[in-house]
Structures are given as structure tokens and as C-alpha cells.
Design a protein around this ligand. Structure first.
Ligand SMILES: [Zn+2]
Length: 284
């Protein structure tokens, strides 16, 4: 696993549906609202991320309410990545590309590199799905300064995320001032494609593999019995706990082996074999 904060055993993403209510109607396609598209997309992306063993927190409880920019960014305090979803606007039909905005301050530490990297790979992925080009950039405020006196980031959500130590990205899914982009975004299956493509890219970035655990998976802990426990014991033996009996009974020895395996692999040491531990054991 990589790109997670110290002590985190499960990668966590804070998802921000960029706007609320009926914000930003498309001037070129009737019925499109940026706020509605990003609400749908963030719910789909949440479910795709969770399928891949990634924990998700969101910045809004419902679509109808707003929240300040910096407080949305700060909602990522427990997360390893902050992602704000949007579609862009311009004065003409011409712009039709994907944009990833990231934060860079003048002390350019690790989280700036992380946010630059994830902005690049996410915008590239989205561009390939939408069949358009992409660009990434960082933008400074012309007046706001951070506590070191440097010019701050232009974007409030990125400032908020940065202030709690989380790499942040604003992802603009094409332009709702471009007819073709807007029509593409109004097709539900295209949002499904975006959600799974973005989730896969993020899972890769966390280094947790991309195979989908899209099925009911048994959560095993001390006291469990049966074939699934035998499977777990066989996997643990394969990972070096070769004294462990494959008897289908999750007792003290299996518990100790599992906790040791979790500790060695930066997983939550809870003695419980759930989605994330299964993924690691299976090498997914
Ligand atoms: Zn927006």
C-alpha cells in the first residue's frame, strides 16, 4: 500500500460532489446541471471505491444543501485523498478537455507531489474515457496568503484539504459549455464508466491492486468454523505460517497468525479477516 497517511491501514477517500441543488445549468444542452451530474457521479464512485476495499467519506449528506469550500476540504482530515468532482465552463463551445487541478505551495512537500501525480493520472484516465484531451495545472490566489506569507491556492477546497495534510484534486469532467461533452455526461452508463475507471485509477495509486471483490465475502474471526476458515488457514500457511493446522476451526493459533500477518502488512490489526485482508492474502 502507498500514498496513505502514517498509521492508516485502509486507504480512505473523501469525495466532494462539487455543487448542490440546481447549480450550473448547461447553456447549450437543456436539462443538464453540473450539480446533479456530480451528485450522481460521486455516489457511483463511492460504491466502486468500496468494492475495491477503499473507505469513503463524503462532504455532503444530501444534494440540497451547501457547505463552505474550505470546510469541505477539511472534511478530508481522516482521508488519504480529497477529490472534488466537477464539469467545467467556458465562454465558447471550443474547450472540451478534462482538467485536473492540484495544490502546490512553496514548501512543496510530499502531499504536493501526491496531488500532482493523482491529478495527472486521473485526468488522463477520464480524458481517455470521454475521448478528449486533458491538462493539469495549479493556480495561485492573487491575494490570499498562507501562514508562511506565500500566496495561497486559488481554490478553497484544495486549501482546506491541504490544511489538514491531505493531497487534493479538483477534477473537471470536460465542459458543460460544450454540446458533445454535455450530452456524453447525460448518459447514465457513461457515469458508470467514469466511476469504475476513476476507482481503478485510485486503487492503483494506493497500490492495492485492481481486481474487483464484487461479491459477498465472509468476514472471519475467532470462533468461526468451516470451509472458509480452511481457506484462510491455507492462505496463511502460504504466507509463512506453516505450522498452522488447516482444520477449519478459527482458534487462538489462527488468531495469532492472522494478527501477525496484518501487522506485517500494514493492515488494521483486528484479528478479523474482511475484504481488505482477504485482498492482501489473495494478492489482489
Ligand atoms: Zn464546478
Amino acid at each position: 500500500m502507498k500514498n496513505v497517511k502514517l498509521g492508516h491501514s485502509t486507504p480512505t477517500v473523501c469525495l466532494d460532489a462539487g455543487h448542490f441543488g440546481k447549480y450550473n445549468p448547461s447553456p447549450v444542452v437543456d436539462g443538464y446541471y453540473e450539480a446533479e451530474m456530480v451528485w450522481e457521479l460521486h455516489l457511483k464512485l463511492k460504491s466502486e471505491l468500496e468494492k475495491r476495499g477503499i473507505r469513503v467519506v463524503t462532504t455532503r449528506e444530501n444534494q440540497a444543501t451547501d457547505r463552505s469550500l474550505t470546510s469541505r476540504g477539511k472534511a478530508s482530515v481522516e482521508a488519504d485523498l480529497f477529490l472534488s468532482l466537477h464539469s467545467n465552463a467556458a465562454a465558447s463551445q471550443y474547450p472540451n478537455w478534462v482538467v485536473g487541478m492540484y495544490f502546490v505551495d512553496d514548501d512543496c512537500g510530499k502531499i504536493d507531489e501526491q496531488s500532482r501525480e493523482i491529478a495527472e493520472i486521473l485526468s488522463k484516465k477520464v480524458a481517455s474515457l470521454m475521448g478528449v484531451g486533458h491538462q493539469t495545472y495549479t493556480r495561485k490566489s492573487s491575494k490570499d496568503r498562507d501562514r508562511n506569507g506565500h500566496l495561497d491556492d486559488y481554490y478553497g477546497v484544495l486549501r482546506g484539504a491541504h490544511s489538514v495534510g491531505t493531497p487534493g484534486v479538483i477534477l473537471e469532467h470536460g465542459f458543460h459549455t460544450n454540446t458533445e461533452n454535455t450530452r456524453w455526461l447525460m448518459i447514465d452508463e457513461n457515469l458508470d464508466k467514469l466511476a469504475s475507471g476513476e476507482a481503478e485509477t485510485i486503487a492503483n495509486w494506493f497500490g492495492i491492486g485492481t481486481k474487483l471483490l464484487d461479491f459477498q465475502i465472509p468476514v472471519l474471526k475467532k470462533g468461526c468454523r468451516g470451509c472458509a476458515v480452511q481457506g484462510l488457514q491455507a492462505l496463511l500457511r502460504g504466507h509463512g505460517y506453516d505450522q498452522l493446522a488447516i482444520d477449519g476451526s478459527f482458534g487462538g493459533a489462527t488468531d495469532r497468525a492472522l494478527r501477525d500477518y496484518q501487522a506485517q502488512n500494514n493492515l488494521a490489526v483486528d484479528g478479523s479477516c474482511g475484504r481488505v485482508t482477504w485482498s492482501a492474502l489473495l494478492g489482489l
